[in-house]
Design a protein around this ligand. Sequence first.
Ligand SMILES: Cc1ncc(COP(=O)(O)O)c(C=O)c1O
Length: 428
Amino acid sequence: MASSLSRAILESSQRASAAGGWERFLSTASWWSHVEPAAKDPILGVTEAFLADRSPHKVNVGVGAYRDDDGKPVVLDCVRKAEGKIAGNLDMEYLPMGGSIKMVEESLKLAYGKESELTKDKRVAAVQALSGTGACRLFADFQKRFLPDSQIYIPIPTWANHHNIWRDAHVPQRTFHYYHPETRGLDFAAMMDDIKNAPNGSFFLLHACAHNPTGVDPSEEQWREISYQFKVKNHFAFFDMAYQGFASGDPENDAKAIRIFLEDGHMIGCAQSFAKNMGLYGQRVGCLSVCESEMQAVAVKSQLQQIARPMYSNPPVHGALIVSIILSDPELKSLWLKEVKGMADRIIGMRTALRKNIEKLGSNLSWEHITNQIGMFCYSGLTPEQVDHLRNEFHIYMTRNGRISMAGVTTGNVGYLANAIHEVTKST
Ligand SMILES: Cc1ncc(COP(=O)(O)O)c(C=O)c1O
């Protein structure tokens, strides 16, 4: 028995040795022993800590997902109605590699305008993408593949995942000034200097509206100047539009930066997401578009599809159907417009309430930026230590950069939040 076992071990070891060495044979758990735990995502880490907190007073203003005035997740009525039309009526076949043609067409109308000459002339290469993140990543991979020596200029600060996306696509990153900590507004002069000083033909990542995390957007006039300078320098503008409709409550108005660039004849790129404005977070539905000549648009689209093919083959169907049904049905579209406005208005109302409540407590600091900033986030100016204080003493959770997701503020918690902010800032 013993000798047949040792013979078996010897034979296996000889096989293992021929296949790559003893260590592998002997160890049953050594394939991934060199893997270190990844750093926690700063935003998702906040949710984990919030969920573990047992306090009945706890408040989560960390995550950028809309909540109603009771703090509950929302499914829009237009989405439920579109789902009603899908249920039992449509098959579950694969979409084409570029996704739903109808969804893409409707997305382009939303971003570029119904009457856009570019889309009418088929000069926009566009594919369905895995929400805004997937659209950015597809573009970053495309940029690396076809302009391997190019770089991307990213605003400081920005949504943290932008850095990860272009890093994993191996596109070198540069930064440009954006936010002015003293005024808690736009550092327009420094931004323009960076645009002027970048090498001609540079790639810039711009937030189309409701900049995350600062809530600070250029004015219309400033966008015009930015667009002009991009023309002079022949820069490429890549717009990340994750919040169309969430800034002003009107998707047309929120597309104004893109429309200004188009009027000026720029050939832009654009990432669209339906996570926030339709509440389709987990459905992962978005669109990537790149403007080109009619002939080149065909080539660009085919290459975008080629990048998608070995990654996920083709995008998911359900969310795409919801979006295309809502945007192509006049009744559902007007319901959607009403509902987006409702979400934006609730957030705007909470900005006013938060500011008023802090001021009422006698704070001698300025809180004007709460109502000046736009969209889902308020870049409060709270220091990392004050954020820790809020978490430890008041069970209020936000990212350590002081970003408050206004979507998590409600009539029920705004007074408590204001009071806590006043307490941690009153001695500064
Ligand atoms: C600026 C910005 N871009 C893109 C996204 C991507 O979101 P999603 O992939 O869920 O569409 C987000 C989400 O928070 C964002 O804030």
